[in-house]
Design a protein around this ligand. Structure first.
Ligand SMILES: [Zn+2]
Length: 434
C-alpha cells in the first residue's frame, strides 16, 4: 500500500528542524497579532511577554494557558464576536460555531487565508488516508453552522478529489447517492457509519453495489476503539481512518496508511504539549496527559497553549510511513472531563465501548451511571440484532466488563429502536445525579 503525503518535506523533516520551523512560525504569528488581537495581547501583557522575548520553545511554554471557558466568556461579555480577532470583522469570510454539546456554543471566524489553512490541514488528513484526485469523497453530514466536515470540502479541493455533500437527506437516500455517484470514500462519525450499516440491513440495501473502500472519521473516539474500528471495516469492506480536530483548534491529527495504532499530530501546522492537568507541567512521551495545542496558521482566530481536554500518550519515534510527526498511541484516549469514577475505578467511556462492541449482536447501546443508595451503579442497555439470545449476550457483556475493568454492570437487552441514534457526537454515556 503506497504511503501518500500532503507535504512530504515537512511530514518527514528531522525533529530538530521541525522544532525550528515551529519556532519561526510562532514568532511570525505572535508578532502579527501583538497589539492587534486584544484577547491575546492582554494575556501576554499580564505576564510581561513581548514577541521579541521568544528565543526557544521553552520560552513559549512559559506563556499562560487558554481555556474554552475564557473564549466563551469573552464572547458573552464583549459582544457578538468577542476579542480573539486579529483583524476587523469585515476581513472574515466564514462563520461557524461549536456543536454546543458541552454548554454555550463558541463562535469561530475565519479569514480567506485561515480557510486555506483549514483546507491544508484537511489535505494532510485525506492524503494520510491515501486519497488522490481519483477519489470521490461522500460526506454523510448535515451541513449547518457546526464546522464538522465543512473544512473537508476545502481539503478535498486542495488534493483534487471530487466532494459529494450528503446533507438534507435520509440515511437510505444517502446510501443511494453514494451508490449513484460511485463514491469511494465515506466521511462521517464512527457512530453514523455503523448506523448506515443498520439502515442498509433493515432496508435490504445491497452493500456490494457500493465502491466505498475508505472511511474517514471524526467527532468521536470510535475509529481508534479497536472493536468499533473492526466492525466498521467489516461492515463497509473498507479501511477505517481516524482523525481528530475541533472548531476552535483545526484538524490537527490524522492516521497514516501504516495504521500504527495511533494518529499523527500535524507538527507542521500546530505545536503540541502534553501536561499533567493538575500541576500543568509537561509530562514525558509515553505518559498519559492532557493535550495542549497551539495552531500556527489561523492568524485571524488563533489559539495559543489551548487546553484541549483530550487525554493522549505521545510517542516521538519515527513511524514506518516515514513521518517524523509525533503520534498519539491509541488516538485520543478520552476527554479529561469524561472520565468517571465508578466504585473507585477510573474509566473512560471508550473502554466500555470497546468491550460492548466486541459483541457483534449489539446494534446500539447506552451506559448509565446512577446511584443505588450510596453506591454507584453502572447499567448498560443493549439493542440486539433480531434473533439474538437476549439472556446470554447481556451476561457475556457483563462478564467481559467485570474481568477487564473490574466493574460489575447490570446489562439488559431492550427492544429494537428504543435507544437514540446519532449523526454527530453520540451521547451514549449518562450520569444521573441521584
Ligand atoms: Zn505513520
Amino acid at each position: 500500500m503506497a504511503v501518500r503525503y500532503f507535504d512530504e518535506k515537512i511530514e518527514t523533516m528531522p525533529r530538530d528542524e521541525l522544532a525550528q520551523l515551529q519556532l519561526q512560525k510562532l514568532r511570525a504569528m505572535l508578532t502579527e497579532l501583538y497589539d492587534k488581537n486584544h484577547f491575546y495581547t492582554t494575556k501576554f501583557k499580564d505576564v510581561g511577554f513581548q514577541p521579541g522575548d521568544l528565543k526557544s520553545l521553552a520560552d513559549f511554554s512559559k506563556l499562560p494557558l487558554t481555556t474554552k471557558t475564557e473564549l466563551v466568556e469573552d464572547q458573552a461579555t464583549e459582544g457578538f464576536a468577542g476579542t480573539n480577532l486579529t483583524y476587523p470583522l469585515s476581513a472574515y469570510t466564514r462563520f461557524h460555531q461549536t456543536s454546543g454539546t458541552t454548554g454555550k456554543p463558541l463562535k469561530v471566524f475565519d479569514t480567506g487565508e485561515d480557510w486555506d489553512w483549514w483546507g491544508r490541514c484537511w489535505g494532510y488528513v485525506l492524503s494520510g488516508a491515501g486519497m488522490t484526485a481519483e477519489d470521490r469523497i461522500f460526506c454523510a453530514f448535515s451541513f449547518g453552522p457546526f464546522i464538522g466536515f465543512w473544512a473537508a470540502v476545502e481539503g478535498a479541493r486542495q488534493i483534487g478529489s471530487m466532494f459529494i455533500p450528503g446533507g438534507g437527506r435520509s440515511s437510505l437516500e444517502r446510501l443511494h447517492l453514494m451508490r449513484d455517484t460511485g463514491s469511494t470514500v465515506l466521511c462521517c462519525t464512527p457512530t453514523y457509519a455503523l448506523h448506515l450499516l443498520e439502515v442498509a440491513r433493515d432496508n435490504d440495501f445491497d452493500m456490494s453495489q457500493l465502491k466505498i473502500r475508505t472511511t474517514v472519521h471524526a467527532g468521536e473516539p470510535g475509529a481508534n476503539v479497536p472493536s468499533t474500528k473492526r466492525r466498521i471495516e467489516e461492515g463497509w469492506a473498507a479501511t477505517c481512518y481516524d482523525h481528530a480536530g475541533a472548531s476552535e483548534i483545526g484538524a490537527h491529527s490524522y492516521e497514516c496508511r501504516v495504521q500504527p495504532n495511533g494518529i499523527h499530530f500535524n507538527e507542521g501546522e500546530y505545536v503540541a504539549e502534553v501536561i499533567d492537568p493538575d500541576t500543568q507541567q509537561h509530562v514525558p512521551p509515553g505518559e498519559k496527559g492532557e493535550l495542549v495545542i497551539t495552531n500556527l496558521g489561523r492568524w485571524g482566530f488563533p489559539i495559543i497553549r489551548y487546553r484541549s481536554g483530550d487525554v493522549v500518550i505521545s510517542n516521538e519515534a519515527q513511524c514506518e510511513c516515514g513521518r517524523t510527526f509525533l503520534r498519539f498511541e491509541g488516538g485520543i484516549i478520552g476527554r479529561a472531563d469524561d472520565m468517571v469514577t465508578i466504585r473507585g475505578v477510573n474509566v473512560f467511556p471508550s473502554a466500555i465501548e470497546n468491550l460492548v462492541r466486541q459483541h457483534h449482536e449489539v446494534d446500539e447501546f447506552r451506559v448509565t451511571v446512577g446511584k443505588r443508595g450510596e453506591m454507584d451503579e453502572l447499567t448498560i442497555e443493549v439493542e440486539l440484532v433480531d434473533g439474538s439470545d437476549t439472556e446470554r449476550i447481556p451476561l457475556e457483556i457483563s462478564q467481559s466488563i467485570s474481568s477487564e475493568l473490574g466493574l460489575r454492570p447490570k446489562v439488559a437487552a431492550v427492544s429494537h429502536n428504543t435507544l437514540p441514534r446519532f449523526e454527530l457526537k453520540a451521547k451514549r454515556f449518562r450520569i444521573l445525579d441521584s
